[in-house]
Design a protein around this ligand. Structure first.
Ligand code: NAD
Ligand code: AHE
Ligand code: ZN
Length: 376
């Protein structure tokens, strides 16, 4: 069949809207009509050329929602008409990682996914002249139709609106999951969130859900103060507007008459900046502070700190997709949204048709959007 897609033709170039060829689903695969997709900073990261796994031409996008149109041979858990959210972290329930119950990082198809291919080592997308187009993160939601492995689709309830629940395909789950699954924040905690964008605001709402007492937001964009306050932030810090280091500032904020050491119980990096990651670790409390890296850093970037920071009890962790097991957890998060336990609507600040997708990237660059969603 043919479908319409926004193709990343080369690093640093705007996406090009074009008709592309899409082969039907092979064994274990599913054809999905994408109804809506968010634009995550990770799409921008890959398009910019900073992603060591970046391949071109490719159809980016990994934060979608849609409807199953056709299933390939061997597919048992989905049927045409089912509503689904694509999973860049699949859940096969059979690989050593899934069976370990220690991680959500299913390894069943990760190797081919990183090469922009389906599990059989081929691509379903091509240009009309026959040039192959790579898949992206196993999802490629910047196409009106896409093919995914069955294990990379979460079946969700049919009354949930596509234009909102697409955000659960990455940002919402990553932010809330980082708090609940990765950090396991407890009631009364003091936490710091660096970067109050599409991910960081969801960390804030996760912290509120978990019952944290002090929720400090850090951003270099002052417009994010009001945004943070809407989602539970109790204190805002702009590192460019304080005297001295942001680490010392946060340590001082978290001191009490009883605890003159100070430091956050938990911190989260949602910027992808390795200097910020260091600050996020070092502002946590001696003896027990836990810092979670969510942000994705460019090729070649490395994190650094004095080992003494770890010797004295701070823990550096990372999280992908908020530690969520997609087929199991995503339908529950859709329920949380439908039951009013979590908010999504206010964070979707802009919507647009596929032809205007590059405007969504521009809004992100200018710091004017939280999430832009493309509606098909
Ligand atoms: P975003 O562009 O919406 O938000 C980034 C925020 O960080 C902005 O508010 C920006 O002003 C702020 N910021 C930038 N530099 C800063 C600095 N030096 N100090 C403080 N704040 C700063 O991006 P997003 O969609 O929220 O994504 C955030 C990061 O998370 C990206 O690196 C993205 O690739 C990554 N990400 C990771 C996962 C995962 O599973 N680990 C999932 C989704 C996104
Ligand atoms: N390809 C990059 C890393 C990109 C990355 O870390 N991706 C996250 C999801 S970001 C979603 O917005 C992830 O899930 N990582 C785990 C995985 O297996 O990819 C690089 O540096 O090579
Ligand atoms: Zn993402």
């Amino acid at each position: 069949m043919r479908t319409r897609a926004a193709v990343a033709v080369a690093a640093g170039q705007p996406l090009e809207i074009m008709e592309v060829n899409l082969e039907g689903p092979k064994w274990g695969e599913v054809l999905v009509e994408i109804k809506a997709t968010g634009i995550c900073h990770t799409d921008e990261f890959t398009l910019s050329g900073a992603d060591p796994e970046g391949l071109f031409p490719a159809i980016l996008g990994h934060e979608g929602a849609g409807v199953v149109l056709e299933v390939g041979p061997g597919v048992t858990s989905l049927k045409p008409g089912d509503h689904v959210i694509p999973l860049y972290t699949p859940e096969c329930r059979q690989c050593p990682s899934c069976l370990s119950q220690k991680t959500n990082l299913c390894t069943a198809i990760r190797a081919t996914q990183g090469q922009g291919l389906m599990p059989d080592g081929t691509t379903r997308f091509s240009m009309l002249d026959g040039t192959p187009i790579h898949h992206y993160m196993g999802c490629s939601t910047f196409a009106n139709h896409t093919v995914l492995p069955e294990i990379a689709l979460a079946k969700v309830r049919e009354d949930a609106p596509f234009d909102k629940i697409c955000y659960i395909g990455c940002g919402v789950t990553t932010g809330i999951g980082a708090v609940i699954n990765t950090a396991k924040v407890e009631i009364g905690a003091k936490a710091v969130v660096f970067g109050l964008g599409g991910i960081g605001l969801n960390v804030l709402q996760g912290l509120k859900l978990a019952g944290a007492d002090m929720i400090i937001g850090v951003d270099i964009n002052n417009d994010r103060k009001a945004w943070g306050e809407r989602f539970g932030m109790t204190h805002f810090v702009n590192p460019k507007e304080i005297d001295g280091s942001v680490v010392q500032h946060i340590v001082n904020l978290t001191k009490t008459p009883f605890d003159q050491i100070g430091g956050a119980d938990y911190s989260f990096d949602c910027t992808g900046n390795v200097k910020v990651m260091r600050d996020a670790l070092e502002c946590t409390h001696r003896g027990w502070g836990v810092s979670v890296v969510i942000g994705v850093a460019p090729a070649g970037a490395e994190i650094a700190t004095r080992p003494f920071q770890l010797v004295t009890g701070r823990v550096w962790k990372g999280t992908a997709f908020g530690g969520a097991r997609g087929r199991t957890d995503v339908p529950k998060i859709v329920d949380w949204y439908m039951d009013g336990k979590i908010q999504i609507d206010p964070m979707i600040t802009h919507t647009m048709g596929l032809e205007d997708i590059n405007k969504g990237f521009d809004l992100m660059h200018k710091g004017e959007s939280i999430r832009s969603v493309v509606l098909y």
